[in-house]
Design a protein around this ligand. Sequence first.
Ligand code: FAD
Ligand code: FES
Length: 599
Amino acid sequence: MGGCLSKPKPVEVKVELTLLDKEKEVDLMSPNGKASPFSECRLNGSLGHCSDEDTMTLRPHRKHRDYIEASVCHVKDLENGQMREVDLGAGRALLIKEHGEFFAVGHKCPHYGAPLVKGVLSKGHVRCPWHGACFNITTGDIEDFPGLDSLPTFQVRVEKEKVIIRANKQALQTQRRSKAMSKCSAVINSSTGFSHILIIGSGPAGLVCAETLRQEGFTDRIVMCTMDKHLPYDRPKLSKCLESTAEQLQLRSSDFFQTYDIEILLEKEVVSVDVKTRTVTFRDGFKIEYRKLFIATGSRPKALSYKGKDVGNVFHPRTPEDANSIATLASSKNAVIVGTSFIGMEVAAALTDKAHSVSVIGIEAVPFRKAFGEKVGKALMKLFESNRVKFYMLNEVWEMRGHNGQLKEVVLKSGKVLRADVCVIGIGSSPATAFLKQSGVHMDSKGFIPVNKTMQTNIDGVFAGGDVVTFPLALRSNKKVNIPHWQMAHVHGRVAALSMMGKASDIKTVPYFWTAMFGKSIRYAGYGDGFDDVVIQGDLDELKFVAFYTKSEEVVAVASMNYDPIVSRVAEVLGSGKTIRKRDVETGDMSWLIDKGSQ
Ligand SMILES: Cc1cc2nc3c(=O)[nH]c(=O)nc-3n(C[C@H](O)[C@H](O)[C@H](O)COP(=O)(O)OP(=O)(O)OC[C@H]3O[C@@H](n4cnc5c(N)ncnc54)[C@H](O)[C@@H]3O)c2cc1C
Ligand code: FES
């Protein structure tokens, strides 16, 4: 393909190490050599954002031996706007040069560990090439999601034209940093039914809301309740790594929640909300009063109507137990997947090396058509077919037949009978808001909760976010949309927490999601709903492509496979408020991306 982005020139990096083993107390310097903000960190009360040196350990005296210092390159080795991964002996760091200044931060994205050097550097932050998280290069703070943690930062100085990095060895190893957080200072009797903030749902929206409150210095009681029996976990992995246990997927440990006084009520289903008395009632009759409420109950899988509802081994994957059972039941057996969008197709891909056969049933002619368009859908269909997946398209399920209550056959409306030992249904989802019916919280005809740009519902003190809401999307002139992405739920959780604390902030993000199959990922940024054309660059047969989704003359979204970091680059452009025109992407010359789009 023509006009691809040129790769940065490799620079030979000479590393000189200075191991600091003298037992001298260190001066508490910030990464930029200024006085440390350490003294400004209060564990109970509002906080500044601290560097790794402040948050790695909260010991006031640290030793030189905890640090390593290395000369990593000559000042001229890096141009402005360039990044390099450099080795300090005890671990690697990402060295960045912007406007003549050097910065050093962790080199791995704390989300799934992507090499940030392959990401996009722009105006004081680096955006991850895999799923678009953004980190401030001065503070290391996470500024856009997904993921919960920030990057450690390291001191950089220039001496005799050499760039020298001084880093905490532990931070070099962990490559991640949790922001400083407050605790609860209110006297709590946990049997009382009152919480200053009550969060319904422990998915990413709920979790990020709770963490943001503590990061911003909220010191009253926070209770988060969930129907799940597990602590918050990485739900997107369920359909990609079916055998992962809840413990392997866990996002935060129980110690973490205890340390920061975030109370979690597991297996507690809310059945009603009374906004007049500010009371929430659970299925077991327990009640909690709240001062502020955050509703983040996510989605429920849509049900399929068919004959034979009582037959077992039919799943709508939502929990680690569902995913584990699917993997076990499909082992050397026949698996049938109903639905050709993300969850169904990811499960189909994950089962191909376990199951005897994998069949996919779809009502459309091509999988992924609605999200990615026909051409990309067809290319992906070929990939699945070459991995033994058999498609039954333009078809629907008529009946599930069992023997002794266990699935044996799936009968299609066409009359075709498929042998089946396990069936996975992934035909979409709807908002989990049934418990709000009598509450007075406004919902639209589909059950979504409309919120404003600060995640506030129509009721004072009641906020909502994540999959359950429609919200004003700046990218689409504040049109209210529902975007059920893992990343977007994080953003909503943060904005809601800031609003609850009276620190109103807008939803500033570009929607970003991903899907994975057969070891390959498709990344996607923007909001392509209602696209009217797709401009494809690259080679679809080789599965190395970029697809630009356009509406009239404007690019509204982008998807790519094997083309990093193009989606993150486009997200940068769209996030900066610039418009990408269809003509910009039709030529195949994408050098315009370097200049960040047209005005
Ligand atoms: C299998 C699977 C794979 C996915 N893969 C991807 C992916 O690759 N990329 C991507 O961007 N997105 C993916 N998603 C979508 C993503 O997981 C959601 O967008 C995201 O989880 C939404 O977050 P949330 O916080 O709004 O709600 P959820 O994560 O759905 O959490 C909802 C929470 O509310 C609780 N709850 C619901 N009702 C009640 C009630 N009445 N009382 C108490 N608690 C209640 C639930 O128990 C849960 O804790 C996937 C989803 C699934 C199911
Ligand atoms: S690995 Fe960086 S955002 Fe996922």
